[in-house]
Design a protein around this ligand. Structure first.
Ligand code: PEP
Ligand code: MG
Length: 904
């Protein structure tokens, strides 16, 4: 077993494609050597060794790699001419973690390793810079104490013992900044630090470079399983088994004086994607100084420096004097860096994020990796690389992170404004976007305020269908309760409206019309801002900017359509949503939840009349009032989706959701309908259910009140004929919800067919239509072969299917879900990411059984998972015909569908 791979001086035992074994950092350090980029020599201990460390323990690993570590240190010495653990000619090293998948900041790093009192003296002499030597030394003791000797406080509120000492020394001296400490102060710090180590650990600080090295190697391996790293892997679905590599590398110093520097650079602009090489550096500094904000970093390129100065309001003379570019201060190194970044980008065919150090005028690269970027930059860079001939079309599709497209679809916060905003709460990122508005607590207030031209944010404990009209006019919605498939979340996503749900820490008082968050009491009318993509809530009004969807965005979408095998439909309940979705590329409607239409305008009155009716005659009379309204709704949908399929689902939710719960509204209703309050109260009470999700809903309604199905079918068929008469192309699909028993769909289909035939006869013409069902009850999946005898199509309702397969209420899961994920019981929220292992098996089985009965049965999904990339790819792997998702997720699903096709 080869445990260590060395690199240096243009040679390397590893390569870029050995990421799994050498980690991202190790693989790229090797590769950079192979293409002639100057990299300090070093070696990488493989991830296999880490796996062994975890399973077999420390001794076994030391035994295995001891000799190789010594040999590899000699390899470094042979290239630098220095010696490890030698006070006269010391070689210092860095020890860094590096996993196959980047886990920024989660694991440990030790710099300046190999230093002790004698070495520090030599460094001071050789560099002619005693401050540099003693600063490196005290930084090392601190880092080693924290990372290797476990002195970093576990509790965030506890104070780091080293920071405490620094503060004391600075206070005694009467200074504020570290840089105001002189050589003697730094020497004193080092002594005090070592005393603190002795006091804390009971042992002397190790002076042998070898002891230090082994300690650091153990620490990196141990950090693979620290709480932070475990949590990060859980959150990002990184497997626990892959392990980290350890990179040991000769130190180079950017803080040796004025011919030394350190910096970070990007081969293209990570925010906009523009092909502009850019980055920041500092003269006489170590890496952490560039990011810590103590000193103002300078731009690498002069052009960038000028742009930066302009934004800062700094004139050219001052810029040149105080903040010159690297091109101006070290032109040769800058030119070399420009050449290298181009070489690296051409080599990796992607935008690179690089770290470099200049030691006494010599440039070294310490790291390169594919750079993180915004959604807009992701799209532009991929398309630019295609046009430049660096990558092909399929690679463009693979390069798109589907969920990042979201940023391109909604207005976004201005970055600078967001950076300076105060965060007051955090909830679930239920529906992306940026929203600012004045707080209101009730739907009717939202409507009133909006009519007055105000921007509002609805703050609720939770939302219900009664809040819909308020939600429609609000900029965003913030709720205290509810998960990713709660009413607020589902509806908001459908509307493309920003929503933060389940913000458990906020305290809402409807009575006082206040909400407490971030230590402040907000009243109705106060301004807040929501970031629906991160779930963060901010104080006040944060500025937003609009986004552009043409150009490269469109080009990427066209490529997706070229390679996909699955269509993307949308879940839409109104012609407005349907039009939005069509603009985003939806090729049909996969789910129209008719019940949402009942809350528009005066429909709710007729709906309530229908529910309150004490006999069939009165119910039919009420339904007759609803018929023209529904027909109008459907006409709008068919027109908006002309040429495409429109799937309309019959009434699904339990009826209690439509009746008022408070006495005042009940009284109003009693007067309107000319019945007694007692009667209303009686009906409301009779509709109450212990488990409404498992109660009188879905096709159970249509089978017990067939007149509802009759009315809805009539509305659909009449609308289809009317719209067809106007010259549009209509493809209606009628969908029966919550089927679990063959006779349920059979009875409903009979009613539908009978009603449709009656309409055809009346009108003297026909339209073709399809009948299908949701598969959202486990039993339906089990008997899908029977159901397929009646159904032309299956649409998997994975919200309910997940609810009933797990036995988790989709509205109450928030109570324990986070704890479950934290404890590792669940890897993620099954209502967001389809559980392929369990729920997926039911889907697979239903697809097989359905196809066994009807080989060409049309298959799709319309639960919230229809817009989640891994779930979309799962559907692609089963050769589904379509996925259906909320309008703003259509582009995401289009890319994921194309990626799924390419993966198959
Ligand atoms: C589902 O259950 O997945 C579904 C789409 O229906 P609803 O969310 O309306 O229950
Ligand atoms: Mg459902």
């Amino acid at each position: 077993m080869k445990t260590i791979y060395t690199f240096g001086n243009g040679k390397a035992e590893g390569r870029a494609d050995m990421r799994d074994l050498l980690g991202g950092k190790g693989a790229n350090l090797a590769e950079m050597n192979l293409i002639g980029v100057p990299v300090p020599p070093g070696f990488t201990i493989t991830t296999d060794v880490c796996k062994l460390y975890v399973s077999k323990g420390r001794e076994a690993v030391v035994e295995l790699i001891k000799d190789d570590v010594v040999k590899s240190i000699h390899h470094i010495e042979s290239l630098t001419g220095n010696k490890f653990d030698d006070p006269d000619n010391p070689q210092l090293v860095s020890v860094r973690s590096g996993a196959p998948i980047s886990m920024p900041g989660m694991m440990d790093t030790v710099l300046n390793l190999g230093i002790n009192d004698a070495v520090a003296e030599t460094l001071a002499k050789k560099s002619g810079n005693p401050r540099f030597a003693w600063d490196s030394y005290r930084r090392f003791v601190q880092m080693y104490g924290d990372v290797v000797l476990g002195m970093k406080p576990q509790n965030k509120t506890d104070i780091d013992p080293f920071e405490e000492i620094i503060d004391k020394v600075k206070a005694e001296k009467g200074v504020k900044l570290d840089i105001e400490l002189d050589v003697d102060d730094l020497k004193k710090l080092t002594v005090l630090f070592k005393e603190a180590v002795k006091k804390n650990t009971g042992k002397e600080f190790p002076t042998s470079a070898w002891d230090q090295l082994w300690g650091a190697i153990y620490a990196v391996f141990d950090s693979w399983n620290n709480d932070r790293a475990i949590l990060y892997r859980q959150m990002n679905q990184i497997p626990d088994e892959i392990g980290t590599a350890v990179n040991v590398q000769a130190m180079v110093y950017g803080n040796m004086g004025n011919t030394s520097a350190t910096g970070v650079a990007f081969s293209r602009d990570a925010a906009t994607g523009e092909n502009i090489f850019n980055g920041e550096y500092l003269i006489n500094a170590q890496g952490e100084d560039v990011v810590s904000g103590v000193r103002t970093p300078q731009q690498i390129m002069t052009e960038g420096s000028r742009r930066w100065a302009e934004l800062q309001g700094i004139d050219e003379e001052e810029r040149k004097a105080k903040y010159p570019s690297l091109e101006e201060t070290m032109p040769e190194c800058a030119a070399q860096l420009v050449e290298i970044q181009q070489r690296l980008e051409n080599h990796y065919h992607d935008m690179q994020d690089m770290e470099f150090t200049i030691q006494n005028g010599k440039l070294w690269l310490l790291q390169t990796r594919n750079g993180k970027r915004t959604g807009a930059a992701m799209v532009k860079i991929a398309m630019d690389l295609l046009r430049e001939g660096q990558i092909d079309e399929k690679t463009v599709i693979k390069r798109i992170e589907p969920t990042k497209l979201d940023e391109l679809l909604h207005p976004v916060f201005d970055k600078a404004a967001l950076d300076s905003a105060r965060r007051v709460a955090k909830g679930l990122p239920a529906s992306p976007g940026a929203a600012s508005g004045q707080i209101v607590f009730f739907a009717d207030d939202a409507e009133k305020w909006a009519q007055d031209g105000k921007q509002v944010i609805m703050v609720r404990l939770e939302t219900s269908p009664e809040d819909l009209r308020g939600m429609t006019v609000a900029q965003g919605i913030l709720t205290n309760r509810g998960g990713m498939t709660s009413h607020a979340a589902v509806v908001a996503r459908g509307m493309g409206k920003c929503c933060v749900s389940g913000a458990g820490e906020i305290k809402v008082s409807y009575k006082n019309r206040t909400v407490e968050m971030g230590g402040k009491t907000y009243h109705e009318g106060d301004w807040i801002s929501l970031n629906g993509s991160t779930g963060k809530v901010y104080d006040g009004q944060v500025k937003t900017v609009d986004v552009d969807m043409s150009g490269d965005f469109k080009a990427v979408m066209d490529l997706a359509d070229k390679y996909t095998k699955m269509q993307v439909y949308t879940n839409a309940d109104s012609p407005r949503d349907a039009k939005v979705a069509r603009r985003f590329g939806a090729k049909g409607i996969g789910l129209c939840r008719t019940e949402h239409m009942f809350f528009e305008g005066d429909r709710i009155k007729a709906m309530r009349e229908m529910i309150i009716a004490e006999n069939v005659e009165r119910r039919k009379a009420a339904l007759a009032k609803l018929l023209p309204l529904q027909r109008g709704d459907f006409e709008g949908m068919f027109e908006a989706m002309s040429g495409y399929e429109v799937t309309i689902r019959l009434l699904d939710p339990p009826l209690h959701e439509f009746v008022p719960q408070d006495t005042a509204s009940q009284e109003e209703l009693a007067q309107e309908l000319g019945v007694t309050l007692d009667h209303i109260k009686h009906v409301v009470a009779s509709l109450k259910e212990v488990n409404p999700m498992l109660g009188h809903r879905g096709c159970r309604l249509g089978n017990t009140y067939p007149e509802i199905t009759e009315m809805q079918t009539r509305a659909i068929i009449e609308a289809a004929i009317n719209v067809q008469d106007k010259g549009f192309e209509v493809h209606p699909k009628i969908m029966i919800p919550l089927v679990g028993v063959y006779n349920e769909i059979k009875m409903q289909a009979d009613i539908i067919n009978r009603t449709a035939e009656a309409v055809f006869k009346e009108r003297g013409k026909r339209v073709s239509y399809k009948i299908g069902t949701m598969i959202e009850i486990p039993r339906a999946a089990l008997i899908a072969d029977q159901i397929a005898k009646v159904a032309d199509f299956f649409s998997f309702g994975t919200n309910d299917l997940t609810q009933m397969t797990f036995g988790y209420s989709r509205d109450d899961v928030g109570k324990f879900l986070n704890d479950y994920i934290k404890a590792g019981i669940l890897k993620n929220d099954p209502f967001q990411i389809l559980d392929q292992e369990g729920v997926g098996q039911l889907i697979k089985m239903a697809a097989q059984k359905g196809r066994a009965t009807k080989p060409n049965i049309n298959l799709g999904i319309c639960g919230e998972h229809g817009g989640e990339p891994s779930s979309v790819k799962f559907c692609a792997s089963l050769n589904f015909d379509y996925v259906s998702c909320s309008p703003y997720r259509v582009p995401i699903a289009r890319i994921a569908a194309a990626q799924g096709a390419l993966e198959n």
